[in-house]
Ligand binder design. Structure first.
Ligand code: ADP
Length: 168
């Protein structure tokens, strides 16, 4: 039976931490759908269309290398509804620390109550990328810091462009 996984997130911007989770999730499923959350009231730095294009670009080598189909979509409701729409049997989430653990396990359990047919799989962050958070990457970039260690080159260019806009 072919397995589809759904990995939801903001990906604002995609980081090496996300790519680590995507690479490892590709070992567990045949198709991986990346869900870019576009929720009202959650202000993103990068427009959804660009976040999608970026994800497609930086995950292409992973898809080619693993043979796993990687698709990118947006969603604006519940992750379980979006997962169901993509026929995913598992939701993938990454765990960096105890804060992630508390939040993610609670959310996974509530999602499990709403959708018992969908299993949430938690992948512990890899040591090399565990400290990376999109929100901190944005703060560092805003203060002129070097973000090359944390996000792929394509994403750096997008961040540089977004921060160059007069509103920032
Ligand atoms: P959110 O807006 O829900 O915080 P993110 O897009 O930052 O979403 O993250 C989506 C998922 O990826 C979450 O499960 C988060 O824990 C995980 N994640 C983010 N950064 C990392 C990282 N450096 N290592 C492992 N998992 C991560």
């Amino acid at each position: 039976m072919a397995r589809t996984g759904f990995y939801p997130g903001s990906f604002d911007p995609v980081t090496y931490g996300h790519l680590d989770i995507i690479t490892r999730a590709a070992r567990l499923v045949d198709t991986l759908v990346l869900g870019v959350g576009v929720h009202h009231g959650k202000q993103a730095l990068i427009p959804a269309g660009i976040r999608i294009a970026l994800l497609e670009q930086v995950t292409k080598p992973i898809a080619e290398h693993t043979g796993v189909k990687i698709a990118v979509t947006t969603f604006n409701g519940l992750a379980v509804d979006a997962a169901r729409k993509t026929h995913a049997g598992v939701i993938i989430r990454g765990l960096r620390d105890a804060t992630d653990f508390d939040y993610e396990v609670q959310m996974g359990q509530m999602n499990g109550a709403m959708a018992p047919d969908i299993e949430t799989v938690f992948l512990a962050a890899s040591p090399a990328t565990r400290m990376i958070a999109s929100s901190l990457v944005k703060q560092i970039a805003l203060m002129g810091g070097d973000i090359t260690l944390f996000i792929p080159k394509e994403a750096q260019e997008v961040i540089a462009g977004a921060l160059a806009k007069p509103s920032h």
